[in-house]
Design a protein around this ligand. Structure first.
Ligand code: ADE
Length: 234
């Protein structure tokens, strides 16, 4: 799978792409992540300006349409595979595990990261990207949101996680709509906090029942909206 990330700040991704799971997936060529500096398509050399004031007034600056469309089109042409285009914005559809699973089936995804007050609307009208938000809060730009998407998608690609099944039981994955149960490792006791007895006796049926109960209780307490009989009109 190939990601093309269009951003004014490609270096933001440096540490993230060179650590742990992402680094391994890249080294093993399970995923290819290309960053493109939008400023490389700016016309106004030597200042390489990419933004301008909004028509009609208002605070802040907008990223200009011509630079962005030229950039996206030349990035698209860098590979014969057609890219599914996503623009990160708080105005977008809320990202979730289902979308991550859907994106993990794509051969190529282009991520457009906004800054300032966002893009000129014609970027959206011309490129027709899907607009995606990672939550109801405003970030300083789309880069962190792009990392969230790459992270959620890459761990679903075949061969990325050591144990092929280890994401099937994740909270929010297709087969599981409950939050995860609590887990413990050694020592058995720390500062008076003991590991629940049921986990220590090797009774796998009892352990499974306890975990299911814990998942259900957590979900009821924290995220009752995830339960199948949840009534949104309540
Ligand atoms: N850019 C700024 N805020 C964002 C958010 N919540 N999701 C996606 N992109 C963003």
């Amino acid at each position: 799978m190939r990601f093309d990330i269009i951003t004014l700040f490609p270096a933001i991704f440096d540490g993230y792409l060179t650590q742990s799971l992402l680094d391994k997936a890249i080294q093993r060529e399970l995923v290819h992540i290309h960053r493109h500096d939008l400023r490389d398509w700016a016309e106004d050399t030597p200042h390489r300006k990419v933004d301008d004031r909004p028509f009609g007034g208002g605070p802040g600056m907008l990223i200009q349409v011509k630079t962005t469309v030229n950039c996206a089109e030349s990035v698209e042409a860098m590979d014969s595979r057609k890219a599914r285009k996503i623009l990160l914005t708080p105005q977008g559809k809320r990202f979730d595990q289902r979308m991550a699973e859907d994106l993990a089936t794509e051969e190529r995804v282009m991520l457009l990261c906004g800054r300032y007050e966002g893009f000129d609307q014609r970027v959206i009208d011309i490129l027709e990207p899907e607009e995606i938000s990672i939550g109801d809060f405003v970030l300083n730009g789309g880069e962190v949101a792009a990392m969230v998407i790459v992270d959620a998608v890459v761990r679903l690609l075949p061969g990325v996680l050591g144990d092929e099944n280890s994401n099937i039981e994740d909270s929010f994955s297709r087969g599981n709509r409950l939050l995860e149960f609590p887990q413990y490792t050694r020592p058995r006791e720390f500062r008076g906090h003991a590991v629940p007895e049921v986990l220590l006796n090797g009774d796998h049926k009892a352990i499974a029942a306890w975990r299911e109960q814990q998942s259900l209780e957590r979900t009821e307490q924290r995220r009752s909206d995830l339960l199948p009989d949840h009534n949104t009109n309540k």
